[in-house]
Design a protein around this ligand. Structure first.
Ligand code: FAD
Ligand code: SF4
Length: 570
């Protein structure tokens, strides 16, 4: 029930409502406000203002109480988030603790979350690759999951638009499987990475290796200065929040940009409980919010709603939005809401050494790495598993110290450092096939502190992922051997799904309302004034890091929504 003590209904009415202020919500806010729409951005977490709310950004290692580590007690109580490599003392405050926001795991699933203005855009590793037509063709080619309703040509101009604004560093590599974008100068490769690239070009001409494409400013343009952002200083402390705005986050870029239009109202501490469907008007009229601090219920109204609460939270909100017309969740006529969730298979790691280039080393820090684009099953099906994997690449030398000894000899051992051999490493980023059995639903009994049902997650690996993992080990070992690397070791991290932080699906796009939830413009087939443009909309996952595609889909959907509003269709 609406609380009559809050602002009048008029003051709670907007042209558009955006749920979530993270990577995709920030883009929805920017595009909607630039188009002149009075836009309400609802964010369940606290406000995080660029620079002002980055408390650790300039701290020295010795200034951290626990020298950068998370205390054992916190780790013990929060095993899920503690498994994320970035959950360290310097960025701890941007992560959700397991204890604060419980969920139900039917099968192990590490759900990594950031609940604040900016969401996980503060924490991401900033890798940004476009999808190619081969990626969009995946489901149609092998018949698993439904066909995408869009292809590369539909989204290419939106990748352009996003890349220009965000600022992407990368090299134009001319690869059909990984289209080039609007790039700023690429970061450097180390000599061993370059050597590996040359070796692969000789021995595996169909397996190109490149420098990663990442959302850092290496040559900022006027559009970035207007955002108040300057060139990346290569500090490599990005997860603390960057005072230079050297990397892209909603906080440094889209949210302040939207604020400057004068059209945005940002309301932090607003837990969206459900989206309100009006049976008579046959459309959504607004959203129901629980104030995170006072716990009061407030309703807000708008002509359109953009749902950008992150993949699984967007599923949760839709499942929790029931009405006479939609008793099983908003837009869920076909019963597929929450189903066909997929993720990325990050289980494979390989490491090695290289004895050459002992007269060379690196200096400075590089917030990026090398990238091996997918080379399996790209142009045709060639293995006994479906789809493929990409991989990272890094090669560096580290200082070695002698930790043995005591007293004077220990001090000498610690201070007399030597450079060791080159260490080389790669990690696998594999596509998983969306399956009906991988799904999320609402727990019928358990609720959180704000009265929201707990999300019940049932997502697992299949035989396809096991086969892919073995192939990664075999192929990468052969490639490393060809390059003359030694001491090659492979490792199955056995990590649970979710730790890849690329969970997608549950509200997938498609051509047919019988088999999908969203149309080609990210509108619910059965409720056109609701747009879902975060990872929940993804029909398949391919191997690329997904956020660039979420941002491009969001910009594209907003453009369509604004057009439709002008035509009075929404
Ligand atoms: C350590 C790490 C490394 C990563 N590296 C990469 C990478 O290199 N490349 C890449 O592409 N991706 C990467 N990612 C993933 C990337 O961060 C996500 O894909 C991206 O942030 C998703 O955007 P989003 O808008 O869907 O969700 P988010 O950015 O998580 O934003 C969702 C927002 O919605 C809010 N919200 C949730 N529920 C509600 C509710 N009920 N009411 C109101 N608000 C709500 C949340 O508080 C949050 O602020 C990484 C993530 C992490 C944590
Ligand atoms: S590496 Fe660049 S983006 Fe990251 S903290 Fe440093 S200056 Fe900022």
């Amino acid at each position: 029930m609406a609380n009559i003590n809050v602002d009048s209904k008029n003051e709670r009415t907007f042209d558009a409502i955006v749920i979530g202020s993270g990577m995709s919500g920030g883009w929805a806010a920017k595009e909607l406000t630039e188009a002149g729409l009075k836009t309400l951005v609802l964010e369940r977490g606290r406000n995080v203002e660029h620079v002002k709310d980055y408390p650790t950004t300039n701290m020295m290692p010795w200034e951290f109480k626990h020298r950068g580590e998370i205390p054992y007690e916190i780790q013990k109580e929060n095993p899920v988030v503690s498994r994320c490599y970035a959950f360290r003392e310097d960025a701890q405050h941007f992560f959700v603790l397991d204890t604060e926001h419980p969920y139900v795991q039917q099968k192990p699933f590490d759900w990594i979350r950031g609940y604040q203005v900016g969401g996980k855009s503060l924490l991401w590793a900033r890798q940004t690759q476009r999808w190619s037509q081969y990626d969009y063709d995946g489901p149609a080619r092998d018949g698993y999951a439904v066909e995408w309703p869009i292809g590369y040509k539909d989204i290419a101009p939106w990748y352009d638009r996003v890349e220009k604004f965000v600022g992407i560093s990368g090299n134009k590599d001319g690869l059909p499987q990984l289209p080039d974008g609007v790039f700023q100068p690429p970061m450097d490769l180390t000599c061993v990475e370059q050597y590996f690239i040359d070796q692969m070009a000789e021995h595996y001409p169909n397996r190109p290796v490149i420098i990663g494409r990442c959302a850092h400013l290496t040559d900022p343009q006027p559009i970035h200065f207007k955002q108040g952002r300057v060139q990346c200083q290569y500090r490599n402390l990005c997860q603390r929040g960057c005072p230079y705005g050297g990397y892209f986050s909603s906080n440094s870029s889209t949210i302040p940009w939207a604020a400057k239009t004068g059209n945005m109202t940002l309301r932090p501490n607003s837990v969206v409980q459900s989206i309100i469907y009006d049976d008579k008007k046959e459309k959504v009229t607004g959203v129901r919010v629980i104030d995170a601090e006072t716990k009061e219920t407030i309703e807000y109204y708008g002509r359109i709603v953009f749902l950008n609460a992150s993949t699984l939270n967007s599923n949760l909100i839709l499942l929790n939005s029931t009405s006479n017309r939609f008793p099983n969740g908003l837009g869920n006529d076909n019963g597929l809401l929450g189903k066909y969730v997929a993720f990325h298979n990050y289980r494979g790691k390989i490491s090695a050494q290289y004895e050459g280039f002992m007269d060379r080393t690196t200096s400075g820090r590089r917030p990026n790495g090398g990238y091996i684009p997918r080379f399996r099953n790209v142009f045709e099906q060639e293995t006994d598993f479906l789809r493929g994997y990409a991989a990272g690449l890094s090669a560096f030398r580290s200082t070695e110290r002698d930790y043995d000894g005591i007293g004077k000899s220990l001090k000498e051992g610690l201070t007399n450092t030597e450079l060791g051999p080159w260490h080389v490493g790669s990690h696998m980023m594999g596509e998983t096939i969306p399956r009906e059995s991988n799904h999320v639903s609402l727990d019928p009994n358990k609720k959180d502190e704000w009265g929201m049902p707990l999300l019940d997650v049932s997502v697992d690996y299949t035989d396809n992922e096991e086969k892919m993992l073995q192939d990664f080990f075999e192929q990468m070992t052969a490639m490393y051997e060809k390059a003359g690397f030694t001491n090659i070791k492979t490792r199955d991290t056995k990590q649970a799904p979710g730790l890849d932080i690329h969970e997608m699906g549950g509200v997938r796009m498609g051509k047919d309302p019988k088999t999908s939830l969203l149309n080609k413009w990210n509108q619910l087939h059965t409720c056109k004034n609701v747009f879902v443009t975060d990872g929940a909309c993804m029909t398949s996952t391919s191997t690329q890091n997904p956020s660039l595609t979420y941002m491009a889909l969001t910009a594209r959907a907003v453009n369509h929504a604004v057009d439709e509003m002008k035509k009075q269709n929404l």
